[in-house]
Design a binder for this molecule. Structure first.
Ligand SMILES: [Zn+2]
Length: 282
């Protein structure tokens, strides 16, 4: 199926989702301890789940198909704050709040916004994050964001489409469970760019806002006083990318005020093995 066709189906599905009643068939009560919720909100200990919209199921199926994997979870509408990936016994669920999804699209003014959130939750299941029962941590949240960016490019979304929901709704400050918005946007962009690199029809330079991606540790010119002494702690020497074999965690670097640069491992995988990484002054 052509990508344009898939895009049309998904956008149409999500539009229909907006008009679908929330009064689906009651399915089950579900305990939700240690849940990967999208923005780290507290999820009620027990929620009632409803049958999902056919349209939501269809959108999820497209997300999973685009990754070349088999869907291994059930999709249910539920009274969760936004969306969540949950595992109970042997059964995996994606729970989503129908009102939140509708509001997200309205606020972001972008029909990809809810798809990106669904894709994030799908990413938790496909990456096996829900198996250990530990709930959200910043590292796995960035992996799910990376997946969301990657899949949205595969489905035909632009980079700004892929970032729309996070741009509008993400939190400026990080928490113990979820990274700050700028890091999450960077992970989404990282996934999107990686997918674009392996798509001959994708031209990331045509993206109007590529130059504005808030990549963590993005090099910028520090004030002259700091430059004279060397770059300060936390200053990014090299953005996230596949720069070859992962170097030692700490190396000598005369341009940093501390004299050392450390390696920050970024979300994702490199085609030649290993992970992308960035260099940051110690
Ligand atoms: Zn998450």
């Amino acid at each position: 199926m052509k990508k344009d066709h898939i895009t049309q189906i998904i956008v149409a599905s999500l539009l229909m989702l907006q008009f679908t009643s929330a009064s689906g068939q009651v399915m089950d009560d579900l305990e939700t301890a240690n849940t990967c919720s999208f923005f780290g909100e507290v999820v009620p200990q027990k929620v009632t789940t409803f049958s999902s919209d056919k349209e939501a199921e269809s959108a999820i199926k497209k997300i999973v198909d685009a990754s070349g994997l088999v869907q291994n979870f059930l999709v249910r509408a539920a009274g969760v704050p936004n969306a969540a990936a949950v595992i109970r016994g042997d059964t995996r669920y994606i729970l989503y709040n129908q009102h939140f999804m509708k509001e997200t699209e309205r606020r972001a003014q972008n029909s990809w916004a809810s798809i990106s959130i669904m894709a994030h939750e799908v990413g938790h299941h496909l990456n096996g994050h829900t198996l250990d029962g530990r709930g959200s941590r910043p590292k796995i949240e960035l992996e799910a964001d990376y997946y969301s960016g990657f899949i949205l490019q595969r489905l035909g979304a632009s980079l700004s489409d892929a970032r729309a929901a996070m741009e509008k709704l993400g939190s400026e400050s990080g928490s113990s469970t979820h990274p700050a918005k700028r890091d999450r946007l960077a992970a989404i962009a990282n996934g999107w760019v990686r997918a674009c690199e392996s798509d001959s029809k994708c031209d990331e330079d045509r993206e109007p806002d590529v130059g504005e991606i808030p990549i963590p540790d993005r090099p910028s010119t520090p004030p002259a006083t700091q430059r004279d002494r060397g770059y300060p702690s936390g200053y990014g020497m090299l953005v996230c990318g596949c720069w070859g074999y992962n170097p030692p965690p700490l190396s000598a670097e005369s341009k940093c005020a501390s004299g050392f640069v450390r390696v920050n491992i970024c979300p994702g995988f490199c085609a030649g093995g290993g992970s992308p990484y960035a260099y940051v002054c110690q």
